[in-house]
Design a protein around this ligand. Structure first.
Ligand code: ADP
Ligand code: MG
Length: 354
């Protein structure tokens, strides 16, 4: 167990097999059972979340984000590996860990619509053993904090989608959990509601020291909110780094050389640590070179060699620039290319990178 981690996943894997039964065959009077297919929703996933940290889990639809959240909150049991919350095994100490975890699952109708937000909070608080004046005070405080004070006594059915989502976050916070798991918290919300939720998530993480896991497929949410980002695809973590390091890692690697005439791209193939070499579709020749070398030394060596080739070819080098990458382009590259770059920190684990 990594010291002081609030959440830790150690090599968890989960496969789902989907099957269905066909109606009875009229002729044979037999019923066929089809095992349709097996899906790997989580494949050897390991990471840890520290107090005061917002950890983003990014991935396309069906990548395994919700399954991961469910394994941390004890709603899905991993086939192999183990999940820990505050050092306790989710499998063995399920009841205890539920007190420390608040979850908002994507698109689920958490709140009871005929009740008011305040009544919902009292109801869920009592289910979680929060009682008496503390419960009422906390319910009022949470509704004030999230900006629902004027809706305290309005039936939930009359609230907007964003307001219902804010209430779901309050419900997750009613037992004052150390860990908050937010599955796609801003999906389908307007800009204002999304902004308000992001601000509140930052506030309660930074100022109240909670550990927060946010799953999203929205790059802006991830880039703005998360201290660290893991990218998941087909159940596998394909990247796990601090947000700025993830962005830097890629921007360091793509250089654009503006030239006065084209140079044969084959000339660069012998340089160690060179990735893709291609021309951009622009009026003047712009050569795009990707440096795949891991170390700064290798990249520097490759750059010297590239410039030397331009010199040998008697080519005018008009400018050299670095291609800035945003999270979206990185995400698309990691989830569509069959990239063989190991983007996880410290090999494959991502356990102690904070
Ligand atoms: N209860 C389940 N039964 C069968 N398959 C499931 C179940 N839950 C998830 N899956 C499958 O596991 C994969 C990952 O799902 P999920 O974790 O919901 O992805 P995400 O949240 O990233 O969109 C998908 O292919 C999904 O169809
Ligand atoms: Mg999901």
């Amino acid at each position: 167990m990594t010291d002081s981690a609030l959440v830790e996943l150690k090599g968890v894997s989960k496969r789902f097999s989907t099957s269905h039964i066909l109606p009875v065959d009229e002729e044979t009077r037999k019923r066929h059972f089809f095992k349709k297919r097996e899906v790997c929703a989580a494949d050897d996933i390991s990471f840890a979340i520290a107090p005061g940290e917002i950890f983003g889990l990014l991935g396309p639809n069906g990548a395994g984000k919700t399954t991961t959240v469910k394994m941390i909150s004890g709603l899905v049991r991993p086939d192999t590996g183990e999940a820990f919350v505050k050092g306790m095994s989710v499998e063995r100490k399920r009841r205890q860990i539920l007190r420390h975890v608040g979850v908002v699952l994507e698109g689920t109708r958490t709140s009871l619509w005929p009740l008011t937000p305040f009544e919902n909070l009292v109801y869920y608080g009592m289910l979680k053993d929060v009682r008496g004046p503390i419960l009422k005070e906390r319910a009022h405080d949470l509704l004030d904090f999230i900006g629902l004070q004027d809706k305290k006594n309005v039936q939930v059915r009359r609230l907007s989608r964003g307001q219902k989502q804010k209430l779901a976050i309050c419900i997750a916070l009613i037992a004052d959990p150390h860990v908050l798991l937010l599955d796609e918290p801003t999906t389908g919300l307007d800009v204002q509601s999304s902004r308000a939720i992001k601000d509140k998530v930052m506030e309660m993480t930074r100022e109240q020291g909670r550990g927060v896991l946010v799953t999203t497929h929205d790059m802006h949410v991830a880039q703005e909110l998360c201290d660290r980002i893991a990218i998941i695809n087909h159940g596998k973590l394909v990247a796990c780094r601090r947000t700025e390091s993830l962005l830097e890692y890629f921007s360091e690697q793509i250089f654009v050389f503006r030239l006065d005439k084209p140079v044969d791209t084959e000339l660069f193939s012998a340089i160690p640590g060179i990735g893709k070499v291609e021309y951009e579709k622009t009026d003047e020749p712009s050569l795009l070179i990707q440096l795949a070398g891991e170390s700064e030394e290798l990249r520097s060596e490759a750059l010297y060699k590239i410039v030397r080739i331009f010199e040998e070819q008697r080519c005018l080098l008009r400018s050299i620039s670095q291609r800035k990458q945003n999270l979206e382009s990185i995400f698309l590259r990691l989830t569509t290319d069959n990239t063989d770059i190991d983007m996880t920190e410290k090999g494959n684990t991502c356990l102690s990178s904070w």
